[in-house]
Design a protein around this ligand. Sequence first.
Ligand code: AHM
Ligand code: MG
Length: 335
Amino acid sequence: MSSKFDSNAATLSRFVMSQTNDHDLVILLNALAISCKLITSAVQRAGVAKLYGLAGEVNSTGDDQKKLDVLSNDMMINALIHSGVCSILVSEENEEPIVVPPAYSGKFCVAFDPLDGSSNIDCNVSVGTIFSVYERKPGSHGSVDDLLRSGAHCICAGYVVYSSAVELVFTFRGGDVHGFCLDSTIGEFVHTREKMMFPADGGKRIYSCNEGNAVHWDAPIQEAVEYFKTAEQPYTARYVGSMVADIHRTILYGGIYLYPADAKAKKGKLRLLYEGIPMAMIIEQAGGIASTGMFEGKIQRVLDLTPNEIHAKCPIIMGGKRDVQVVYDQYAKHG
Ligand code: AHM
Ligand code: MG
């Protein structure tokens, strides 16, 4: 019998419980989902609740913090501390790591960007949350060293895009990528996309980058983007300016997203722990490539990088194999 009501809702919690016997991990992912529901409420009510505009502070990377950045950050920190399963939290919005008080301390270390794409907040364009989860090292009570490790140590990662729908995309290390839409009628994320993969045929030819930086790029990146525009089957340009939205589209439709290193930002703009590594894990496990492009003398996997500090940056070239290969070909051509 068809009905508007699902008597067997495949919720995110049910999915997580089916994938792990680790109860602390179930609690952690529940706390992350709750944070994202709170942020959804704040994003959707930003106008009426007078949450547009600046908070008057500057964040870890020198950007002006928006009121919604600060509120979203507080929501995540409070939910994660009170989950009782975290010891160290690293947020884009906090210069220093947050050490969870001993009464609440647990085995996980979480890095997150509570509201990515801050420049889009005040005009209601898509924004997102990104997170990566690590387990503290044996014997550690929780310190930044537990997080200053390569992507190989990341145990799960996800993002949430706040847009026409709110969607959480999530993967465990080595697993498939799954999508969950927030059903506002029940206040739960419901499993809506199984085993998300890049389109098998490469999908749409879309390139996504801030071309205003082109003059600062190295020649191979400039030439790859020129190829995208002049190829026999020219690419379409799409750039939201919120990494979460641009990556979500790239996985679903195909294409390539670039925020490369350039002459003025030698390590790129995006942060390794809470932008590069989680997105790279999702992209690779969805069948794509997550590369740095040429970085410190070689082309590297983003997941192979080890941050030397919690706000370390990394260049990012992510997308489907067909399209990232165009960039590799240009590097090969230039030797
Ligand atoms: P933010 O974390 O301060 O919002 O910065 C990250 C954002 C990404 O979401 C986006 O891809 C990029 O910065 C856009 O940068 P630009 O405005 O330089 O194109
Ligand atoms: Mg941000």
